[in-house]
Ligand binder design. Structure first.
Ligand SMILES: *[C@@H]1O[C@H](CO)[C@@H](O)[C@H](O)[C@H]1NC(C)=O
Ligand SMILES: *[C@@H]1O[C@H](CO)[C@@H](O)[C@H](O)[C@H]1NC(C)=O
Ligand SMILES: *[C@@H]1O[C@H](CO)[C@@H](O)[C@H](O)[C@H]1NC(C)=O
Ligand SMILES: *[C@@H]1O[C@H](CO)[C@@H](O)[C@H](O)[C@H]1NC(C)=O
Ligand SMILES: *[C@@H]1O[C@H](CO)[C@@H](O)[C@H](O)[C@H]1NC(C)=O
Ligand SMILES: *[C@@H]1O[C@H](CO)[C@@H](O)[C@H](O)[C@H]1NC(C)=O
Ligand SMILES: *[C@@H]1O[C@H](CO)[C@@H](O)[C@H](O)[C@H]1NC(C)=O
Ligand SMILES: *[C@@H]1O[C@H](CO)[C@@H](O)[C@H](O)[C@H]1NC(C)=O
Ligand SMILES: *[C@@H]1O[C@H](CO)[C@@H](O)[C@H](O)[C@H]1NC(C)=O
Length: 416
């Protein structure tokens, strides 16, 4: 009875604080409920990595030359480096000549490049290896970006019947730093479509089409370069002369949201916006998301002995990638804006190649195992609990776990 006599306007004013909260929704529950689960390849060598550890392990280069930089930058002030680039803006990341560059000779392949093997629940212990960014478009449309970070992208051995003999066995596409992502578009809390980034492009699948574990759809991260696919097997990159086939399989299971920073993103222009720490990580560092440079070395030029040029189609060493802000965080379709049209696939492709490859330790070419390499604890298999091992003086990266034979495989590839 009393309720009926209270004016509507008073009820509205009582509700106002709630509405204010609703206008900044943080991380809705469904972003976790429908979060992806990522299978790494059984032969993976370069695991998800701590985002912040990339900084003390690198220095800022401009045209291959170190520039004076503020001391001790970290994730809370990385964008201080932008000013060294002179012309860096969010409108053209490609024009920004700043590169977080490996300290020393990158062919030394130190342990920190290898990241962290997910533990028995899929967490990367000691390493925050994922950034979840949520853009609320209004009208019930919410995009959740799951950004995956790997300290290193190992290229692939090129194949192809017609390739010149000097190409045989060489690797194309190494680079320091590797940002990949999937993006789930929700409508009224229900997942609709998912973008899978893969090299310079990607594909969209409906949520319904994907393989799942409960409510959570499965992503396969391919060996070495970590492009994302919805199925195991071989994925042809369809290059013209050179064949570069990605492989995926159900190796260690990574649950990215267990080791993630969470943010909301509010666009302020067509290329920039405001990030806020959100959800379970209200103290997540923010400033690094405004860094406009690359997370790895600049593509080495031909005069560098470690570089190899494959007919100007591919190189052994490529540029490091830009970060999340360059990935169209206010995109119109589920694809990034540059991928237009944006077709949606409603059925999984047919599996080609071997979806359950064995661990090809036999591919090892040299047996030089670094003394800083650690073995998994005897009791755990890959995907089991990670051990804490000092990283041998390469900075604060806390955990490194790998199998020596596979480590040697990676090291030998880097030399090609
Ligand atoms: C960045 O922040 C760290 C503390 O998180 C501080 O030690 C360092 O001096 C800061 N660097 C700059 C350039 O402000
Ligand atoms: C900025 O752009 C101008 C004009 O294109 C160029 O001359 C200058 O070298 C650039 N500065 C840097 C730091 O790249
Ligand atoms: C992008 O937006 C942020 C936050 O609004 C601002 O601090 C930053 O200066 C902007 N970056 C550029 C390059 O305009
Ligand atoms: C880096 O190491 C490789 C392999 O040992 C070597 O060929 C190259 O010359 C080294 N580069 C520099 C700049 O020392
Ligand atoms: C589903 O994921 C959980 C971990 O999140 C794992 O323990 C379980 O084995 C998975 N089930 C299948 C069928 O993959
Ligand atoms: C590469 O993938 C294509 C398409 O799946 C396949 O026809 C070809 O046999 C593969 N090549 C190798 C060497 O696996
Ligand atoms: C490969 O590229 C050709 C030419 O661009 C295209 O017609 C074909 O559909 C592509 N195949 C795949 C599997 O992407
Ligand atoms: C974000 O995208 C929407 C739809 O594409 C567009 O209408 C809006 O202007 C964009 N916001 C900003 C700040 O550019
Ligand atoms: C090629 O790389 C070397 C460093 O490895 C650098 O000194 C030189 O300026 C580069 N040349 C060009 C044309 O960029």
């Amino acid at each position: 009875m009393l309720l009926q006599v209270i004016p509507t306007s008073l009820w509205l004013s009582l509700l106002l604080p709630l509405w204010t909260t609703a206008a900044d929704p943080g991380i809705p529950d469904y972003v976790l409920k429908y979060a992806p689960l990522v299978f790494l390849d059984v032969n993976e060598l370069y695991f998800p990595s701590d985002i912040g550890a990339q900084i003390p392990n690198t220095h800022l280069d401009l045209n291959f030359t170190p520039v004076a930089e503020p001391r001790n930058t970290d994730l809370t002030n990385l964008s201080d480096l932008n000013q060294a680039g002179g012309n860096c803006t969010t409108d053209d990341f490609d024009a920004c000549p700043l590169y977080l560059t490996f300290n020393g000779n990158i062919t030394s392949d130190p342990p920190w490049l290898h990241g962290v093997v997910p533990d028995s629940v899929g967490a990367t212990n000691g390493a925050i290896s994922c950034a979840v960014v949520v853009t609320d478009h209004g009208d019930g449309i919410v995009d959740a970006y799951y950004f995956y970070f790997y300290a290193f992208n190992l290229g692939l051995v090129i194949q192809g019947a017609g390739i010149p003999p000097e190409f045989a066995g060489r690797v194309a596409g190494n680079h320091l730093g590797d940002w990949e992502h999937t993006m789930t578009r929700f409508k009224n809390g229900q997942p609709q479509t998912i973008w899978f980034s893969a090299h310079d492009s990607g594909n969209v699948y409906t949520y319904d089409a994907l393989s799942k574990n409960g409510t959570r759809h499965i992503v396969y991260s391919a060996l070495g370069g970590h492009p994302n696919y919805p199925i195991p097997g071989i994925h042809s990159r369809n290059e013209t002369v050179i064949i570069l086939n990605d492989t995926t399989s159900a190796g260690p299971l990574w649950d990215p949201v267990r080791s993630a920073y969470f943010y909301t993103f509010t666009p302020t222009s067509s290329t920039n916006g405001t990030f806020r720490a959100a959800g379970s990580t209200p103290d997540a560092p923010i400033d690094w998301l405004y860094f406009l440079g690359r997370w790895g070395d600049k593509q080495y030029n031909a005069s560098n002995p470690i570089q190899f040029n494959f007919l100007n189609l591919e190189h052994t060493w490529d540029d490091g990638p830009t970060g999340p802000l360059d990935k169209d965080l206010n995109r119109t379709e589920t694809c990034p804006d540059r991928v237009s049209p944006c077709p949606t696939t409603t059925k999984l492709p047919t599996i080609t190649g071997d979806p359950t490859p064995s661990q090809t330790v036999a591919r090892t070419k040299t047996a030089t195992v670094s003394s800083t390499t650690s073995e998994l604890p005897a009791s755990s298999s890959q995907g089991g609990a990670a051990s804490s091992t000092p990283s041998g003086g390469y900075g604060p990266h806390p955990v490194y776990v790998s199998r020596p034979a596979l480590y040697a495989l990676g090291a030998s590839f880097l030399w090609l």
